[in-house]
Design a protein around this ligand. Sequence first.
Ligand code: NAP
Ligand code: F7E
Length: 344
Amino acid sequence: MGKRALITGITGQDGAYLSNLLLNKGYEVYGAVRRTSSINTGRLSELGILENINIVTMDLSEITNIQRVIEKIEPDEIYNLAAQSFVQTSFDQPIYTSEIDAIGVSRILEVIRTMGGKSKFYQASTSEMFGKVQDSPQNEKTAFYPRSPYGVSKLYGHWMTVNYREAWNIHACSGILFNHESPLRGIEFVTRKISLGVAEIAKGKKEVISLGNLNAERDWGFAGDYVEAMWLMLQQKSPKDFIIATGETHSVRHFAEKAFSVIDVDIEWDSNDDVELGKCKKSGKALIKVNKEYNRPAETDHLLGDATLAKNEIGWEPKINFNALVEMMVKKDLLRVEQGPVWF
Ligand code: NAP
Ligand code: F7E
């Protein structure tokens, strides 16, 4: 019989791609879903895998719930992808974010420890832990300096993972993943907000996309590539943490230009007024408008990852580059807008 994996956050972007990967590898996949009033398994349905997953109810705020689920399944591998993952929201809901993204990790680790430490554990750590970057590019030795309650909470989860590995000999590791995107990305994140906005503008369903800080730089990769790194990390003989990134950085401004180029629109920037605009070069029509309300109280200005260690030790490398990623996202949203409705 194949291995058993438990994935928390299975309804999210990464949960969908990781489930697909593990099912293809012959795993029995258990997906932890928290109770919501609306159905949110749309990503799993879009990949055509919902029927192949054993759905279990589990919320990271409830330790007895976590314990019962893990005791029942006895998973070989646990991938902890569940989180309040939107940085902007973490400024409004810092305590809830800590409860899930920080203490939630301790809850799972405690259950694994209590059960004798048999399940391997993957923690979804993040480049947001580098925040105000102390060095560039960032690698496994770069000092952390988180800039949001999300980043701070994830840093706690990261160090707890390291500590349970060192103190209790649990096969636990933390993947420090840089931003990864896809057509399954939530619409609140900037890349998907842009790809969907471009598609809606192309189909005459929207006039303008409102964005915040256009100059923020991110190392954007494809989520489908990144879940492979998660699996590879749990296949190591001895657990270790890795940076997962493309080694390229682009600004939000550049992402937007590239996305519009997919529908053959060239953007020129007009910052003469108070409000910066991105205009169609041909028609002069404003298609992007800067709205400072999207600015964050503290920003992560620049991220650029160095994944050399992952390449050398677990043989991981990204396959999809920046241009291909942008194109994939815009093209998928063009189809969705045409066929409607777009609901994740
Ligand atoms: P996502 O799409 O926002 O998915 C987050 C998942 O967590 C959803 O399934 C959500 O369930 C679940 N969740 C939230 N609160 C929960 C709770 N209290 N109990 C149980 N489940 C809960 O995030 P993603 O992009 O797939 O990212 C996966 C993980 O990697 C997250 O931990 C994220 O912080 C981390 N990460 C992401 C990136 C990236 O660029 N994508 C980079 C580095 C690290 P609902 O569907 O019910 O909301
Ligand atoms: O913002 C700027 C914004 O929300 C990226 C999560 O998966 O990756 C993600 O966090 C940048 C920021 O992602 C808008 O200020 C401009 O500088 O897409 P984002 P994020 O904050 O980088 C990390 C690695 C994670 O771990 C997180 O879970 O874009 N930006 N204008 C905007 N951002 C948004 N959302 N909306 C705008 O209108």
